[in-house]
Ligand binder design. Structure first.
Ligand code: GLY
Length: 357
């Protein structure tokens, strides 16, 4: 099974995609590491904890819980876990193992970034979305009421251990939410992956291992390449935000409770594809293919009762908005996107309306 490397100016680490890799977790713990804190949620620990316990057999560690759910991805729980780490003897040599989905990875990663000014973290993602996106590339943080991930830090992990076997028990809705991030990977940079997702939908949705392993490996490779070329999101990495600007607005507008992140991104990709066509960048045929792909891997929850103008207003709070200018990642063709600003607000509103309908 493949291993990909992320190479940033300060850090170089591996993203290992391997069935059963959680069972070998102990070998990724540096010999010099101090106290080991596994940070998870009660739910993840109940369902997946046994696999991790096997992987850490013979190693001393403590398990600390964060609350689950995007609405709890706030600063207060991070502070509480940090207090607990201090009480339990944590110090600057301590190591965090972030064990869970994207929310755990972001929060535990942020905790590691700020605990005693920074300690190491190993990312062990347990949802498809976290495996192909959130755990890779060192973005960590929590939400503010005004917007998603508005407090955070870049904190690259020691390694990312991706075990597709854990997906066997992932709820269907979570699985599809993760698939939307893989669809994103296809649209922005991986046309072969896009074709595979279109041609092999049945195997992918049935979680047939060969199909699952292939799409995960493609998406992880792509993300490692992009992050290696632009860690700080100032250039190429911005393409990974395809669907996220609109998606973040939707999540914030609905209080982070109505849509899973991947579902919000699916909405955002629909809006961005529409905007791509409205601004003359994307052909009607390619737009149709994108919409069909989103339909195949949907559905997302109903979008009723969401005022388009509210989403438009929220776009300016996104952290990709610079000096009031919203930057959109728009598809140009399957496998290529462009970062564009200065788009007429009426066209943006029209694309939001179309995606909501
Ligand atoms: N999820 C977008 C990024 O990692 O840059």
């Amino acid at each position: 099974m493949p291993s990909f490397s992320v190479e940033t100016p300060q850090h170089c680490y591996s993203a290992v995609v391997e069935r059963g890799v959680i069972g070998h977790l102990a070998q990724y713990i540096p010999s010099k590491a101090g106290k080991l804190f596994v940070v998870s949620t009660e739910d993840v620990w109940r369902h997946q904890g046994e696999a991790l316990e096997r992987g850490l057999a013979g190693v001393a560690y403590e398990v600390l819980h964060l609350p689950g759910g995007e609405e709890h991805k706030r600063l207060a729980p991070v502070e509480q876990v940090a207090e607990e780490m201090v009480r339990r003897g944590g110090d600057r040599s301590s190591l965090v193992v972030a064990f869970g989905g994207g929310i755990v990875g972001d929060m535990a990663g942020f905790l590691a970034a700020i605990f005693m000014r920074g300690i190491s973290v190993l990312q062990v993602p347990t949802t498809l979305l976290a495996q192909v996106d959130a755990s890779l590339g060192g973005k960590t943080g929590v939400n503010l009421v005004t917007g998603k991930n508005l407090i955070g830090s870049f904190h690259q992990p020691l390694a990312v251990l991706i075990d597709p076997a854990v997906l066997a028990t992932l709820p269907e809705r979570e699985y599809r939410s993760g698939l939307h991030e893989i669809v994103k990977a296809g649209i922005i940079r991986e046309p072969d992956l896009f074709r595979f997702l279109a041609d092999r939908t049945r195997e992918v949705l049935a979680r047939q291992p060969q199909a699952v392993d292939r799409i995960i490996a493609d998406a992880v490779r792509m993300k490692c390449e992009v992050v290696s070329s632009d860690e700080r999101d100032t250039d190429l990495r911005r393409i990974l935000n395809f669907g996220h600007t609109f998606g973040h607005a939707l999540e914030a507008e609905t209080g982070y409770t109505r849509f899973l992140h991947g579902e919000a991104v699916a909405f955002g990709m629909r809006a961005a594809a529409c905007l791509g066509q409205l601004t003359g960048r994307l052909s009607a045929d390619d737009n149709g293919e994108i919409l069909e792909m989103l339909r195949l891997y949907g559905p997302i929850p109903p979008l009723d009762g969401i005022p388009p103008a509210n989403l438009l207003a929220r776009l300016v709070h996104d952290k990709k908005t610079v000096q009031g200018k919203v930057h959109f990642v728009l598809p140009v063709r399957i496998g290529e996107v462009a970062v564009v600003s200065g788009i007429d607000e009426m066209l943006v509103l029209e694309s939001i309306r179309s995606a909501l309908s």
